[in-house]
Design a binder for this molecule. Structure first.
Ligand code: MN
Length: 304
């Protein structure tokens, strides 16, 4: 079987974030040669350029949400862009942008899976569960809410993107690397019954067993979507994010995580989000993200 065509889709915005700068993420990943490195691995890579949307007006929250109309516009553009790539048989990599954009990308993947009769599994690699709502959020920043919105808990402008409410059920998610959850959010995560592998779990059983658990049940009919929030990584190796939380996976744990996902052969789409060059040092976090993406696409030390 020939290798799949990968489509890079830039979404240069920080519309859902609490710090400016994730809007520069797509270009930092290109500067770190994401396209070339995947091409070198034998993939056919096409860079579709950037999506467009409203500028960040940098306003305080209204009714618990910051920039809701702008977030909706960006996510509509992402939904259409990612759905279009999937429909053409390409494997989309969304270059974010902040994590609110996963509302658009995951809803597009879910729509594609419904139409193709495929099962969906979403691996959410993140320090945060992103399951907040307008009632519980301390900030109104919508990058803390995409999982809730995708599960139907959020404003209609966002839950309705893709035309199927909810876009997904909580059971499709496996969250890995979690170490920062707001108190009201903890209750919601618990009630939703979402599978969360927090850092304590990784400490106790190791990354290998964690990934075996997160990947259990994936079969030939499963589309695997990875939503990679760069703040998943320990800030000592990945300073280039706005919302660092100490105590994340180290370099080797992150590599193992990516390699075990690659081993399934089921990766169908990817988000790379929250990379913030304004906080980075000489683009080191972008380079690390690209290294990890290479592993996610099958780079390994030995022929196994
Ligand atoms: Mn996130």
């Amino acid at each position: 079987m020939s290798k799949q065509t990968i489509a890079l889709v830039g979404a240069p915005t920080d519309i859902g974030a609490g710090h400016r700068g994730a809007s520069m993420g797509p270009e930092a990943l290109r500067v770190a040669m994401i396209g070339e490195r995947l091409r070198r691995r034998g993939f056919d890579v096409t860079d579709r350029g950037n999506l467009h949307g409203p500028l960040n007006p940098w306003q305080p929250p209204t009714d618990g949400y910051r920039h809701l109309p702008e977030v909706a516009a960006w996510n509509q553009a992402v939904h259409e862009g990612i759905y279009g790539e999937l429909s053409q048989g390409r494997l989309p990599i969304m270059l974010g942008g902040d994590h609110c954009l996963a509302i658009g990308s995951v809803s597009a993947v879910a729509r594609h899976c419904r139409e193709q009769g495929r099962k969906l599994r979403v691996l959410w690699l993140d320090a945060h569960t992103d399951f907040n709502t307008a009632l519980g959020t301390p900030t109104g920043n919508i990058h803390g809410m995409p999982v809730a919105c995708l599960c139907g808990n959020g404003p209609a402008e966002l839950t309705g993107i893709g035309g199927h409410v909810p876009a997904v059920e909580p059971k499709v998610f496996r969250q890995i690397g979690i170490r920062s959850v707001d108190d009201p959010e903890k209750k919601l995560v618990r009630e939703a019954g979402m599978d969360v592998f927090d850092m304590r779990h990784i400490d106790e059983v190791g990354m290998k067993r964690t990934m075996e658990e997160a990947l259990a049940g994936i079969d030939a009919d499963t589309h695997l979507h990875v939503s990679f929030d760069v703040d998943f990584l320990d800030p000592s190796i990945a300073p280039g994010v706005g919302t660092t939380v100490r105590g994340g996976p180290n370099y080797r744990e992150a590599q193992l995580c990516m390699e075990m996902i690659a081993d399934t052969g089921r990766l169908g789409s990817l988000d790379i989000v929250e990379l913030n060059p304004a906080y980075d040092k000489r683009n080191a976090t972008a380079k690390l993200a690209v290294d990890l993406v290479e592993s996610l696409f099958g780079k390994s030390t030995l022929i196994r």
